[in-house]
Design a protein around this ligand. Structure first.
Ligand code: DO4
Ligand code: MG
Length: 283
């Protein structure tokens, strides 16, 4: 079952049919004591609607904070070590990859998050920008994973590589995060075979494509959530991006008008166009 937040309100989708969700508060849905049961009852009532197609899909987020885990794939560890070598920071990434405590950082709130079909941004003071395609956990107020969405942790690699202490500037800025298109509502862990695909189109041609699977994710999603909820309360729940396993070659940087497509099969495709500068602040 997939849950969508749209300009017409919330919908649940099952097997290609859409049903209206009377509960309009996204926070109330994420903190519902039995979200799956509630949505199933709407599907079972059988009142499919046809107006979903005319709605704009919004980012599936309310007042939740978005956090991110880093260096959870070997590919990410190697890329960060290389980019931070001159700054003497390479060793940190190696150490955090194998440490018991994961790297977790704050990524943003709804105002910085782009929906599918809207724009993500690259910084004007960055020369080396990449998307990071990441399975994103939807976690309720009790620390229980209730679903999954597709995430893009936009990153400025030159700023991050110059000094690891610049990480918040490399990672957190307007439209530096995209989530969507929906939440796959499920209490079950996703299989290790779950594929994650990234494709970047430039002027209609594929400029980069890559893939990984959850088998390459070094840490268990539940263990990442356990660390996030240590000493932190999230009364409306939280989103936790699980890190990237796909890093384009060092010669690659995003450019304005590039189209980024991230697909995680049981969830869907998150698609965004890239802009630079302040022209598009909120679409
Ligand atoms: O340590 C820097 C960020 C790592 C990250 O965002 C990732 O591995 O996905
Ligand atoms: Mg990342």
């Amino acid at each position: 079952m997939k849950l969508y937040r749209t300009s017409n309100g919330n919908y649940v989708e099952q097997d290609g049919s859409f049903y209206r969700v009377p509960e309009r508060s996204w926070d109330a849905l994420i903190t519902h004591r039995d979200l799956r049961g509630y949505l199933s009852s709407l599907v079972d009532a059988g009142d499919a609607v046809s107006d979903f197609a005319s709605a704009r899909i919004d980012a599936p987020i309310g007042s939740q904070e978005v956090w991110a885990a880093g260096v959870t794939y070997f590919r990410s560890r190697s890329a960060r070590m290389a980019e931070a070598k001159d700054a003497g920071g390479g060793d940190f990434y190696d150490r955090v990859y194998s440490a018991e405590r994961p790297e977790l950082f704050f990524k943003g709130t709804a105002s910085r998050v782009a929906a599918t079909g809207s724009h993500v941004r690259i910084r004007s003071d960055a020369k080396w920008s990449v998307p990071e395609p990441e399975l994103t956990l939807v976690v309720n107020q009790n620390g229980r994973i209730i679903g999954y969405t597709v995430g893009n942790d936009m990153s400025s690699r030159d700023i991050e590589g110059e000094n690891p202490l610049y990480l918040p500037q490399a990672k957190v800025y307007d439209r530096s995060c995209a989530l969507g298109p929906c939440i796959l509502v499920s209490d079950e862990p996703l299989p290790a075979t779950t594929p994650i695909h990234l494709e970047i189109q430039r002027k209609g041609v594929t400029a980069f494509s890559g893939a990984t699977t959850l088998a390459e994710l070094k840490r268990k999603p539940a263990a990442l959530v356990e660390y996030l909820f240590r000493e932190n309360n999230f009364p409306s729940g939280a989103y936790l991006m699980t890190g990237t396993g796909i890093v384009p070659p060092d010669s690659f940087t995003l450019l304005p008008d590039d189209r980024i497509r991230i697909t995680i099969d049981p969830i869907g495709t998150l698609e965004n166009e890239v802009v630079q500068g302040s022209a598009v602040h909120q679409a």
